[in-house]
Structure formats: structure tokens, C-alpha cells
Design a protein around this ligand. Structure first.
Ligand code: SF4
Ligand code: SF4
Ligand code: FES
Length: 232
């Protein structure tokens, strides 16, 4: 199978380039990550990419695969158009080859206080939720912060410092929607700013590429609705 893979080491003197690899796959190689491991073990151990769980859980191996962002470990090789073109997630600084710097992405995530906020009084035992309250978190809590959506959002490419991007906004709703959280007003207040939330243009690229089948664009709309309701 033929691959064209982005190679670049910032500060290394060489310009970014695409490198061709022709790989003899093993019958057990089913996913794109298997092919990358095969390239690294049989041809080129300088090729850099992130991976950990190989099960679509850790969110490490987000990359641009034939023009769409996705996770290498859950992308079947069968059906991929050749040459399979792999580039780093668009819009993020490259550390090396397919590895991008997600520092800003995680700072933005931290900025939305990603934990249930409750200053008490505390219950004697756990904070209970009804099944309906718990169901409101469906489609939100499953996010693995792989950044595939933010790396496919034109508004995020253009304003990466000021627009929080779809992944962080979906996570923001995850806590706004949580019945145990007591900081909804503060959370909405933080997001109610020209860029942080309102730079979303409804282009829907985010929803199209989420490998977990989530809908960040809908989450952003739900936050806006909560803002309107809060002001009525
Ligand atoms: S919403 Fe989907 S694409 Fe975006 S970070 Fe979460 S899991 Fe990844
Ligand atoms: S819907 Fe909003 S967040 Fe999603 S890709 Fe479009 S502009 Fe970005
Ligand atoms: S290696 Fe963990 S999500 Fe792909």
C-alpha cells in the first residue's frame, strides 16, 4: 500500500516535504495505525506520530487522513484511497512530522473549568442525578479531546487565540448541562464574548469529522439557547 506522509522537524534546517512509503502490509494490519507501526518498525524509525490506546479512547493519534481529520487507530485501511496522504492536524504548530503542539488547546480547555463546581453545602453521600438529568450529558461526556474537530474548523484556524473552538465549547456545555454543577451563570458569562463562543459560523466541519460521532456544532447552539433563556 502506498503512503505519502508529511515530514518536518522545525529548526532542523530542512523544509517540510511529503515522503513516499510503499508498505507490504501483514494480514493482521487492519487499521491505519497498524500501517504506521509497520512503517516505523520495518522502514523508518524516525517517523514521528502520537499513539497510546489504539482503541479510539485516548485521543492521541488525531491526524489529517486524505484531507479529513480522524484517528489513525480506528480508521480502516480498507477503502482508503491511495496514496494515503497523512498530514498533521491543520491549524496547530508542528512539533515533528505528525505530532502537533496542543498546549494552547489544553489551556483553552482549562479555561472553562472542566469540573463540577459546587461550593456546598455538601450532601452526606454522593450527589444524585435522576436518569433524565444524567441523560442530558449524553453526546457530551464521550468527548476524548482528540482535537480532530477544532483542527477542522476554519474559524479556529483564523482565530486560534480568541475563539475557543468546537472541542472546548462542547466540553463547556458538558458542565453547563450537569445538574450537579452550581456555576452555570459564571460559565455562560465567560463564554458570552465576541470571540470565545460567537466566532462559530455554523460551518459544521467539526461535526462532520468527530470520530466519536458527537455534534459540537449542536452543542454550541445549545449554549447560545441557554444564554437566551438566562436573559429572559
Ligand atoms: S468533539 Fe469529537 S472530534 Fe472534537 S475533541 Fe471531542 S471527540 Fe474529538
Ligand atoms: S460549526 Fe462552528 S465550531 Fe463547528 S466547524 Fe463550524 S465554525 Fe467551527
Ligand atoms: S491511539 Fe488512542 S485514540 Fe487512537
Amino acid at each position: 500500500m502506498r503512503f505519502e506522509i508529511y515530514r518536518y522537524v522545525p529548526g532542523g534546517g530542512a523544509r517540510p516535504r511529503m515522503q513516499r512509503y510503499d508498505v507490504a502490509l501483514d494480514p493482521h494490519d487492519r487499521m491505519l495505525l497498524d500501517a504506521l507501526e509497520r512503517i516505523r518498525t520495518t522502514q523508518d524509525d524516525t517517523l514521528a506520530y502520537r499513539r497510546s490506546c489504539r482503541e479510539g479512547v485516548c485521543g492521541s493519534d488525531g491526524m489529517n487522513i486524505n484531507g479529513r481529520n480522524g484517528l489513525a487507530c480506528i480508521t480502516p485501511l480498507q477503502g482508503l484511497r491511495e496514496p494515503v496522504t497523512l498530514r498533521p492536524l491543520p491549524g496547530f504548530p508542528v512539533i515533528r512530522d505528525l505530532v502537533v503542539d496542543l498546549t494552547r488547546f489544553f489551556e483553552q480547555y482549562r479555561s472553562i473549568s472542566p469540573y463540577v463546581a459546587d461550593e456546598g453545602p455538601f450532601p452526606e453521600r454522593e450527589r444524585l442525578q435522576s436518569p433524565e438529568e444524567r441523560a442530558r450529558l449524553d453526546g457530551l461526556y464521550e468527548c476524548i479531546l482528540c482535537a480532530c474537530c477544532s483542527g477542522f474548523c476554519p474559524s479556529y484556524w483564523w482565530n486560534p487565540d480568541r475563539f475557543l473552538g468546537p472541542a472546548t465549547l462542547l466540553q463547556a456545555l458538558r458542565f453547563i448541562a450537569d445538574s450537579r454543577d452550581r456555576a452555570t451563570a459564571e460559565r455562560l458569562d465567560y463564554l458570552n464574548e465576541a470571540y470565545r463562543l460567537f466566532r462559530c459560523r455554523g460551518i459544521m466541519n467539526c461535526t462532520e469529522v468527530c470520530p466519536k460521532g458527537l455534534n459540537p456544532a449542536r452543542a454550541i447552539e445549545r449554549i447560545k439557547l441557554r444564554m437566551v433563556k438566562a436573559e429572559l
